[in-house]
Design a protein around this ligand. Sequence first.
Ligand SMILES: [Zn+2]
Ligand SMILES: [Zn+2]
Length: 143
Amino acid sequence: MVERTEGEAQALSVTLEEPYQCKLCGERFARSVTQCTSCGSTSIRDVVATGGEYDVVSEDAVRHLKRKIEFCWNEKKAGNNYIKHKFVKKLVKVVNLSTTEIHEQLRCGTCNRFYASYNGRAATPEEMEKARAGKIESVRTQV
Ligand SMILES: [Zn+2]
Ligand SMILES: [Zn+2]
């Protein structure tokens, strides 16, 4: 760990580009996510709201958790067995008509299960138009 002065620590906390962190494996995210894409944990911390310092996680300790997603988390129960399918990464642009924001959603290409939201920004007037015309996927919920 690098020693930091008080002033530098404060400067760091206000310029966090990835203000969310998985409590389990330490993975960092630019946007709020419901589930860690590295380890599958649903314990995600808002770093800014909880002191502005990242948890320091040893790579050795979490290596076994951070497997690449190989199988989709959306397993279907069939009798006593769970049927798995391969995770196929798919990125879908989704406009939120309520907030006029656009995100890229990471989804399973096979079953469309939602995994994470990236690159949120204000939608352009053209994107809003396309979303209203049904040419871009849209939602109406407040996030
Ligand atoms: Zn994680
Ligand atoms: Zn799936």
